[in-house]
Write a protein that binds this ligand. Structure first.
Ligand code: PFF
Length: 455
């Protein structure tokens, strides 16, 4: 098992801040702005948040460590990493899973990113300013998503932007974009949250978010929270592993991973503060589901003072957050094609574009002409979403902690986690972290996973 990087010319992130913005950029995305708030609404508010936070810090953070450890140790793409660390074994199939899943996610992710592009244009042209009713906005959204060309246009623009950033490279594309965009994203969400919590009647929304009713916690809440934590931290599918492979040997990977989990959680809470208080202030239903951001919010924007500007900021934030995540998905497949199949970076990016574009077209049309086309009773879009968040990602995460906890040598894992013993704080917690990775995470993920399958 090689314990030192290979000699192939590979890019690294240039700075500590670059590592953080890239990892946090992957984590913070549509999951925080679109998925988290509607799950909070659907699963009863603060109780869901409480379970979610436990999932993030007790179960998912060690999994994040594990992915980054495998990436930096192997200094290879998601497929090559397992070939290198466990040569000749079946673990390469985990590598294959880690390359295929991002391709599935990026295709439907780009469709929702494309909706963001369309709604950004709508907000810049002040379409949400004239006191429209909620049913008008509902009709606007469903007629938009069920049409053929407009959503495809959004999907194409979004995927093209992703491809262009990835083609520019790890340092001058991904890292540079993140360094400018991530701080801006936080500023935007804080402005929007401040506007929302100062609306008259916002307090009820805040109570909904922060006063848990523990009787609401059941198996379905736990499984939804864990699925969301996986999705939000970009786990179980080679993304953090690939980014980990671009982290230099002197960086503290435990610190970068912990900051990533903390900033991702803060952002999800800020996004909820930007949305729920406004939903309550307008007496709307928090259990709206996936259409929350594209129906309920535009209604609020069109009826609140300064709403037209807040709408522009919100959809801009949504596009930026989605882009920094989709580039991380895209990069997993590009790194694989470049290193394992010897494509040029540009050639790989074009191939990924074509495949993700075609899959994305199927997802997009599944809201319109293909809505009756079902696989296992699901539309293509729902199948991709459920399959990845509730099945492939937890499965990938489970296998990776088993790999790090049971297949890699303990001394190698601790060596990577502590930078050869030189990071004293990491040395102090390494035994506990290793225990979580080896015993607690696999058992807990398996338990939640099976419960979700059974119930
Ligand atoms: N973490 C991203 C979000 O919350 O939107 C989604 C995501 C990105 C999932 C990258 C998986 C991934 F590999």
């Amino acid at each position: 098992m090689p314990s030192t990087p290979n000699t192939m010319e590979r890019e690294n992130f240039a700075t500590k801040f670059g590592v953080l913005v890239a990892m946090a950029g992957s984590a913070i995305g549509l999951g925080n702005l679109w998925r988290f708030p509607y799950l909070v609404g659907s699963y009863g508010g603060a109780a869901f948040i409480f379970v979610y936070i436990i999932c993030v810090f007790v179960l998912c953070l060690p999994i994040l460590f594990s992915e980054v450890i495998v990436g930096r140790r192997s200094h290879a793409n998601a497929f090559g990493a397992f070939k290198k660390l466990a040569p000749g074994s079946r673990w390469k199939w985990l590598g294959a899973l880690s390359v295929l899943t991002p391709l599935i996610i990026v295709s439907y992710y780009s469709v929702v990113g494309g909706w963001g592009v369309e709604y950004f244009f709508k907000s810049v042209t002040f379409e949400f300013t004239d006191g429209m009713t909620q049913s008008q906005l509902g009709t606007l959204f469903s007629s938009f998503t069920s049409s053929v060309w407009a959503p495809l246009m959004g999907h194409t623009i979004f995927l093209l932007m992703t491809a262009l950033i990835v083609i520019s490279g790890v340092k001058s594309g991904i890292e540079k974009f993140g360094k400018v965009m991530m701080p801006m994203l936080f500023v935007l969400i804080v402005i929007i949250a401040v506007r929302a919590v100062t609306l008259p009647g916002a307090a009820e929304g805040l109570a909904y978010l922060f006063k848990p009713d523990f009787s609401k916690i059941d198996a379905s809440v736990c499984s939804a929270a864990l699925g969301q934590a996986f999705f939000s931290l970009s786990l179980g599918m080679g993304t953090m592993l690939t980014y980990g492979s671009y982290v230099s040997k002197k960086e503290n990977i435990a610190a970068s991973s912990s900051y990533t989990a903390i900033s991702d959680t803060i952002f999800a809470l800020l996004a909820s503060c930007a949305i729920m208080p406004a939903v309550f202030a307008f007496g709307l239903d928090p259990e709206e589901g996936p259409s929350l951001v594209f129906e309920t919010l535009p209604f609020i924007f069109s009826n609140m003072s300064l709403g037209a500007f807040v709408a522009i900021l919100f959809f801009l934030a949504l596009i930026v957050a989605a882009l920094t995540s989709s580039i991380s998905l895209y990069e997993v497949v590009v790194a694989y094609l470049v290193e394992e199949k010897h494509y040029t970076r540009k050639g790989a990016a074009i191939l990924v574009f074509v495949v993700a574009w075609v899959l994305g077209i199927l997802c997009s049309l599944s809201f319109g002409p293909l809505s009756e086309f079902r696989i296992f009773g699901q539309t293509v879009f729902n199948l991709f979403d459920k399959l990845s968040a509730n099945f492939l990602m937890p499965l990938g995460g489970l296998l990776i902690v088993i790999f790090v906890g049971w297949v890699m040598k303990k001394s190698d894992v601790i060596d990577e986690f502590t930078n050869g013993g030189s990071l004293k704080a990491n040395v102090r917690v390494s035994g506990f972290v290793y225990f979580l990775i080896r015993y607690i995470c696999p058992l807990a993920v398996l338990a939640v996973f099976l419960t979700a399958l059974i119930f």
